[in-house]
Every structure is written in C-alpha cells, then in structure tokens.
Design a binder for this molecule. Structure first.
Ligand SMILES: Cc1cc2nc3c(=O)[nH]c(=O)nc-3n(C[C@H](O)[C@H](O)[C@H](O)COP(=O)(O)O)c2cc1C
Ligand code: SF4
Ligand code: SF4
Length: 260
C-alpha cells in the first residue's frame, strides 16, 4: 500500500471535499495530505513520485471547470496511481470524468479508478432544492466503500488497470461564464467579509459595501450559501430558467457510479 494518500481537490461548496475525504477514510492505513485548490493563488506546484492521489473536481456544464485546469497546472507525477472523482448536482456528469482522466494521464498519473458522485447543486435553495443536503449518509458510505475496494485491489496488486470511463471525446463545448454574479442586499448585509473569504476567484471586496467583479464569477454559490445573514442571492434570468429546468427534470435521485 502507498504510504501517503494525496487529496487534490477544488470544492467551493465543500461537497467534492466531503467525498474525497470519505474515499481516503475508506482507503485507510495511509497518511493523508490535503492539497486544496479552492483558494490557491497561483495554482498547485507539486511533483509526486510515490503515494496515491485522489483528484476531485465539481462538474460544471458537463466538463471539468476551467479554473481547475488552471489550478492543476503545476501538478505532475511519475506513474503514481490516481483515483478520479467528479461531483455533480444530480443532472449529469457527461464528459467531465473522461476529461479528468485525460488531464491526469497527461500529468503522468496512472488512472486506477474513477467515481461520479452527487452533491447539492450550486443553484439549490430552500425554495428550489436540487439534490439538497447531498452527499448524504448513503453517499458518504458509498465513498468509503469505494476507498475500501481500491485499497483491497492495491493490496492484492491488481489495481493498475485503466478503468473504462463514460464520456465523449472531443468533449462537449464549454459555455462562457457569462458575467453573472450574486447580488448583495445592503439591508441584510453586516459587512462581515465571509463571502470574500470563501470566494475561490477572489472577485469580492468588502469595505463599506460589498463589491463583486462579475467577470470572474464562477456562479459556484459559495458566497450565497456561506453568507450568515442570507444577504447574497444569485438572481438572473438565465440562472432562474436553469433552476426551473433542474427542479422539474432532475429531481429524481441519481446514485454514485463507480468505475474500477
Ligand atoms: C456553473 C455551474 C455548472 C454546473 N453544471 C453542472 C452540470 O453540468 N451537471 C450537474 O449535474 N451539476 C452541475 N453543477 C452543479 C455542481 O456540479 C455541484 O453543485 C457540485 O456538487 C459542486 O461541488 P462543490 O460543492 O465541491 O463546490 C454546476 C454548477 C455550476 C456552478
Ligand atoms: S457574507 Fe453576507 S453579510 Fe457578510 S459581507 Fe458578505 S454579503 Fe455581507
Ligand atoms: S462571487 Fe461568484 S465565484 Fe465568488 S463565491 Fe460568489 S458565486 Fe462563487
């Protein structure tokens, strides 16, 4: 068994992080090193020559978010085994997992297992819930079981085969970000600064009011979900139409899919 499990993840609303942590829990028997890309200025500068990597990203528009590619820019490995994880909001993960495999292989990893898990959708609210409160205990148990299966294969020395992963190449087109960002209700805002501290792209500034530079906003909703005063909301016709579609068409529970 590798001595160290490296958890490498981008996770604005923490659902991806929860899953990779539970996978590590299931793997057990190794020390765990966290490489959190979420607010990592300049990206990751890491060369791995041994250990095991678990690489987790959310799914944005059926793809690996572009910002993850940027933050992973300085990562490389020499054949180190990697477990690939995508987290999606109960719609679809489409080409994200196969794209993550290609990224990992190009960086010198050996993909040995992959999983698509479900987390509360970024756009989910109390009035329009989409996969609310997921990952739930059943999802977390599945992630631990996945880790346990991977460890068992590694111990038996049968863990190095590349799994067959669904998805299309060339990948689906990535839509532009759109210049849309959450807004702040000055009547509710206490200027506490939590939103700025959570924002993965550092586009929020708080002094005598909250200013958001919409061009760099991912619509990840870390700021809306994390605002203790409920002062930040994402209102835009495109997002509202999307939310309605998600509530109407993606409410049926999807289950994690494991590839190994
Ligand atoms: C811009 C954007 C695009 C998204 N696209 C998808 C998608 O294509 N399919 C899906 O099921 N969920 C989609 N989601 C939801 C996220 O994949 C989901 O909320 C994820 O769990 C967030 O991960 P995190 O908690 O680690 O930040 C999208 C979210 C955002 C913000
Ligand atoms: S987290 Fe909410 S209350 Fe705090 S500064 Fe941001 S918008 Fe205002
Ligand atoms: S401003 Fe945009 S990128 Fe920053 S936390 Fe809020 S939704 Fe995410």
């Amino acid at each position: 068994m590798p001595v160290t499990t490296h958890l490498i993840y981008f996770s604005p609303t923490s659902t991806t992080k929860m899953i990779v942590e539970q996978i590590a829990e299931g793997i057990g028997d190794t020390s765990v090193a966290h490489h959190d890309l979420t607010r990592l200025k300049g990206g990751l500068d890491l060369r791995l020559d041994d250990g095991l990597a678990v690489i987790g990203v959310p799914v944005y528009a059926g793809r690996v978010p572009e910002i993850c590619l940027e933050r992973l820019g300085g990562l490389s490995a020499s054949g180190v085994p990697a477990v690939l994880v995508v987290l999606y909001g109960n719609r679809a993960f489409e080409d994200a997992l196969i794209e993550l495999r290609d990224v990992a292989v190009a960086k010198g990893f050996t993909a040995i297992a992959a999983g698509a898990f479900i987390g509360e959708h970024s756009y989910s609210t109390t009035t329009q819930p989409i996969a609310a409160h997921r990952p739930d205990p059943a999802d977390l148990a599945k992630a631990r079981e996945f880790g346990w299966l991977i460890a068992r294969r590694l111990r038996a020395g049968i863990g190095l085969a590349m799994p067959v992963i669904p998805g299309d190449v060339p990948y689906r087109e990535r839509p532009p970000l759109g210049g849309v960002a959450p807004e702040t209700d000055p009547g509710l805002c206490t200027l506490c600064g939590t939103c700025a501290a959570l924002c993965p792209t550092f586009v929020i500034k708080v002094d005598d009011r909250v200013l958001t530079s919409a061009e760099g906003c991912l619509k990840c909703c870390a700021c809306t979900k994390g605002c203790p005063a409920g002062a930040r909301t994402l209102h835009h016709p495109t997002v509202e139409t999307r939310c309605e579609m998600l509530v109407n068409q993606c409410s049926e529970r999807k289950e994690p899919a494991l590839f190994l």
